[in-house]
Design a protein around this ligand. Structure first.
Ligand code: SF4
Length: 220
């Protein structure tokens, strides 16, 4: 498909979802640090469980990199219990906190000064942070123009003949980044809208009637 046509179709897709669902208000979190923790904790669990853990940490004034780094692993694990896989997530949070101090002295301002490619590569060296989590941190906590893709993205795009077969994470991501302007609020909203349509309609067994993309014409 010609690049210009693909760009148009992606814009159309965005508009249809936005018109149907409106702004999604992603990512929930009062501070960029909270957004980063949320991005790590939401792996393999739903947001409601993550929110419980974050709310408790916040209520006790513990949402602070130094405080969390100094907290014994066993205590942090208990506090992360609502988010599921709490022992693994404790290690992932600690890995990130070590990295954050070592490279950026706990400063998000310092972190945000790195260029996108360098920052992304650095985040991917942290054990437990994969491409989706790294891009979520970059896009939603640091407002960097990178697109987040996931299983919902692939499902929606492939069912509308817009994705190649079995693309890698980077190939699927490039589909957006090569064909849309690097617009942070638009990237933030677009990913959230794809998750919304994926959860509400484009399930393993799709619920096409009633979906805003029902009969959306795609000419491959
Ligand atoms: S549910 Fe159907 S119409 Fe909606 S995105 Fe999935 S395949 Fe498209």
């Amino acid at each position: 498909m010609a690049a210009a046509r693909l760009g148009e179709l992606l814009q159309e897709l965005y508009q249809k979802l936005y018109d149907a669902f409106g702004p999604q208000g992603w990512w929930p979190g009062e501070t960029p640090f909270e957004v980063i923790l949320g991005a790590i904790l939401t792996q393999n669990t739903n947001w409601k469980n993550v929110a419980l853990a974050l709310t408790d940490l916040k209520a006790e004034g513990l949402l602070d990199p130094q405080v969390l780094r100094a907290m014994p692993d066993a205590e942090l694990a208990q506090r992360l219990r609502p988010a599921g896989y709490f022992n693994i997530k404790t290690q992932r949070v600690k890995n990130f906190l070590d990295f954050f101090y070592r490279q950026f002295h706990d400063s998000l301002e310092e972190m945000a000064q790195e260029d996108l490619g360098t920052m992304r590569a650095a985040l991917l060296t942290v054990k437990g942070i994969g491409p989706e989590t790294a891009d979520s941190i970059l896009l939603y906590a640091l407002n960097q123009p990178t697109f987040v893709v996931d299983a919902y993205t692939y499902r929606v795009l492939s069912r509308h003949n817009l994705a190649p077969e079995a693309p890698s994470y980077e190939e699927l991501q490039a589909l957006f980044m090569d064909h849309l302007p690097a617009d942070v609020p638009r990237y933030q909203e677009f990913h959230a809208l794809l998750v919304k349509v994926g959860k509400d309609f484009c399930r393993p067994r799709p619920r096409c009637p009633g979906c805003p993309l029902h009969e959306w014409p795609i000419s491959g």
